[in-house]
Design a protein around this ligand. Structure first.
Ligand code: 13P
Ligand code: SF4
Length: 300
């Protein structure tokens, strides 16, 4: 299968981008594995004809927004982020009317239509920097309430959070952290900013997925409890084989990140399916929000 994928990639001049949460076998055949920010940057600068995106819907859509001349493919149309579905364009437009002086920051986990209604986008790696880059006093932050509350810890601006959440990260509870610490005494606890505030309060560090790798590489600790989606363990173990990583709980799985298998990659490249498209009027507005974000430096 790997040989077949390599040949198809050459024949179609394709690259495979995969998120850190994808299955290990998908990460291992990808040309590039990373967090939402790194994947968006890769998509914006590739010269391949075809980008095969192994991730969830909003990530592939962002690639199509940033790289309109490339063919962006997803192997599975059902790989959709439930948090991204928690804010619609119409609901955001209505909320903007209630807060006319607020700037809108949308998490990258949103549809292109929501991005087009936002002033700037952010990812978990730059949310604080993006909020603080704005010349305004009020920020309407969609859709992740937990990330909004996390960013609010590091700014004087008034943050108005949307009521969305990630079902996977929201399920990590303070007692999961306490139990994991009992199983692995002395291990550093790293959690994602999509976690609930009471989990963030008791963690040793809060990082997006790429930030976790950078921190674990630089840290004096050699053992870590990882409070994010389980696919992250493969990436960490591969990059840092001398260190040990433990899942915070066996239930931290994002189902849409696990749907793609190598056979889907083959079918997708062979048939050039499913092509992701964004209407041009939406694309322009979404690109504006993404471009503004890409001009802000990476944080954690
Ligand atoms: P990262 O940008 O940190 O990889 O997070 C993406 C995501 O969907 C987290 O749930
Ligand atoms: Fe969406 Fe949560 Fe899955 Fe990330 S982990 S893609 S936020 S459902």
């Amino acid at each position: 299968m790997i040989e077949k994928i390599l040949k198809l990639k050459r024949d179609k001049n394709a690259i495979i981008l995969a998120h850190n949460y994808e299955r290990p076998e998908i990460q291992d055949i990808a040309d590039f594995v990373g967090d939402s920010l790194a994947l968006a940057i890769q998509a914006s600068k590739t010269d391949a004809d075809v980008i095969l995106f192994c991730g969830v819907d909003f990530m592939a859509e962002s690639a199509a927004v940033l790289s309109p001349k490339r063919t962006v493919l997803v192997p599975d149309l059902d790989a959709r982020c439930p948090m991204a579905a928690m804010v619609t364009r119409d609901a955001l437009v209505a909320m903007k009317r209630e807060h006319p002086d607020a700037s809108v920051v949308c998490y990258v986990n949103t549809s292109a239509a929501v991005k087009a209604e936002s002033d700037i986008c952010c990812t978990s790696a730059n949310a604080v920097e993006v909020v603080n880059s704005l010349d305004c006093e009020e920020v309407l932050f969609v859709p992740d309430r937990n990330l909004a509350l996390y960013a609010a810890r590091f700014t004087d601006k008034k943050i108005i959070p949307w009521d969305g959440y990630c079902p996977t990260h929201h399920l990590i509870l303070p007692h999961d952290i306490a139990d994991a610490r009992m199983r692995h005494p002395g291990a550093e606890v790293l959690v994602h900013p999509e976690c609930r505030p009471d989990v963030i309060d008791i963690a040793d560090g809060v990082y997006g997925t790429e930030g976790m790798i950078r921190h674990a590489a630089a840290s004096h600790s050699d053992e870590f409890i990882i409070g994010t989606e389980s696919g992250m363990l493969h990436r960490l173990e591969k990059e840092l084989p001398k260190k040990r990583f433990h899942a915070v709980s066996p239930y931290t799985i994002c189902p849409p990140m696990k749907t793609v298998m190598p056979s889907d990659v083959i079918r997708s490249l062979e048939n050039l399916e499913h092509v992701v498209t964004v209407p041009e009027d939406v694309r322009e507005g979404a690109k504006n929000a993404l471009d503004r974000m890409l001009a802000v430096k990476r944080g954690r």
